[in-house]
Every structure is written in structure tokens, then in C-alpha cells.
Design a binder for this molecule. Structure first.
Ligand code: MN3
Length: 234
């Protein structure tokens, strides 16, 4: 154990809330493995919870990020403590886990972090660059793509996600998936996602999933999707 890590652990154990809040953002290599990823940390949002209004209210974001998303991390950390998964990056846990509670919580932790990145204040507009060309090639054009992705996301039965994904050749696919399922489980690279669990929109839209999905396009972060596309075909 490194001296700095030891001090971190000592402080974290005895420092109470003020220091704990700061230190919790640091790695906690308090196991003999040194490389442990435990505990998995919910990434901070890159924008204020009020910044996506009027698409999503601060109250909607507060419930979704602080309650639902945070709980998946809390559950996951409890499930993998002392297990081999605790040493893996979150994405690897998602890729390797069999169906069950570890997969459900790891995937929901990862999916939501990805979802936050798919949105930005003053987002929207149309994709540019290579992704725009691929959308034109595979869907006929942006309007056709948007219509198809919206319809398939709205039609997810029960809880789930509407995904845009790419294979290693850059071929695009819209994947409506149930519950915690993700393109990572299907050998595809996620480029964009719309959370269509009711908890994602019920504060602001009640039962009106189509209106929520329609609003998503006003905040969509195409720069992020383009980065994911470049990584997928690299
Ligand atoms: Mn959600």
C-alpha cells in the first residue's frame, strides 16, 4: 500500500461528511489488489441539473440522477464487494456479467452515464461529419433516421432504451432494447441512447413518452455521438 493511499483511507474513515464528500471522488485502493475499481463512482454531470430545461426540469433530473442512477451504483458496489468483478472497469463488468443483479445494476450504471453524455444544453441540430454520412447511407437521411429512432424508442414495451449503435465496419443500427440491455451485449458500439424507463420522464411528461422522445432531439449531443462513432470504427 502506498503511503498516500494509506493516508487517504485513514482520512476517509475518520473525517466525517465534509472530507468524505471530497475524498469519495478519489480511487480507494484499500484492498491488497491495488488495482481495484471499487467502489464504482457515479460520474458527475457535466452540466447543471437545470441546464436541460425545458426538455427536462431540475426536479426530473434530480430524481433521475440523484435517486435512480445513484442507486444502481450503490447496489452494484454492494453486489461486487470482494468479488473478481470489483477489479474490472465498469464497462467490462457489463460486457462479462451473466443475466442477473450484477448485470442489471452495472448496465444501468453505465447506460445512464452514457445517456447524460448524449445530451447537452443548447444541443440539437443535425449530425455532422462521418456520422451524418453514415446516417444518410443507412437510413436515407436525417429525417428518416430521427423518425425511425423516435418510433422504435416510443414502442419499447415497458422499461428500456432506444439505442443507435454501430458495428466495427460502421454500419448503423437502431436497437430498441428492454430493461438494462445495451448494444455492448450484442457486439455493437453505442452511439446514442434515449432512456425510455418511465422514471426518465414521468415527473415532466407523466405518461406521454412520445412527447418526451420528441423533445430529446432538442438537446441531443451530436458531437458526442460522432466521437463514439469514430471510436467504433477505429
Ligand atoms: Mn433511467
Amino acid at each position: 500500500m502506498q503511503r498516500r493511499e494509506f493516508l487517504t483511507g485513514t482520512l476517509a474513515a475518520g473525517s466525517g461528511l465534509v472530507l468524505g464528500a471530497r475524498l469519495s471522488a478519489e480511487p480507494q485502493p484499500l484492498t491488497t489488489q491495488g488495482e481495484s475499481k471499487m467502489p464504482f463512482q457515479q460520474p458527475p454531470l457535466t452540466y447543471a441539473k437545470s441546464a436541460l430545461a425545458p426538455f427536462l426540469s431540475e426536479e426530473q433530473m434530480m430524481y433521475h440522477y440523484d435517486k435512480h442512477h445513484a442507486t444502481y451504483f450503490k447496489n452494484l458496489n454492494g453486489l461486487v464487494e470482494g468479488k473478481p468483478e470489483a477489479a474490472l472497469p465498469l464497462r467490462e463488468v457489463v460486457a462479462q456479467a451473466a443475466a442477473g443483479p450484477v448485470f442489471n445494476n452495472a448496465a444501468q450504471a453505465w447506460n445512464h452515464s452514457f445517456y447524460w453524455d448524449c445530451m447537452m444544453p443548447h444541443g440539437g441540430g443535425q449530425p455532422k461529419g462521418d456520422l451524418a454520412a453514415a446516417i444518410k447511407r443507412d437510413f436515407g437521411g436525417y429525417d428518416d433516421f430521427k423518425k425511425a429512432m423516435s418510433e422504435l424508442s416510443v414502442k419499447v414495451f415497458g422499461s428500456g432504451w432506444g439505442w443507435l449503435a454501430a458495428d466495427k465496419q460502421g454500419k448503423l443500427e437502431i436497437m430498441p432494447l428492454g430493461n438494462a440491455d445495451t448494444p455492448l451485449k450484442h457486439g455493437k458500439e453505442p452511439l446514442l441512447t434515449i432512456d425510455v424507463w418511465e422514471h426518465a420522464y414521468y415527473v415532466d411528461y407523466r405518461n406521454e413518452r412520445p412527447r418526451y422522445v420528441d423533445g430529446f432531439w432538442n438537446v441531443v449531443n451530436w458531437d458526442f455521438a460522432e466521437k463514439c462513432f469514430q471510436a467504433a470504427v477505429k
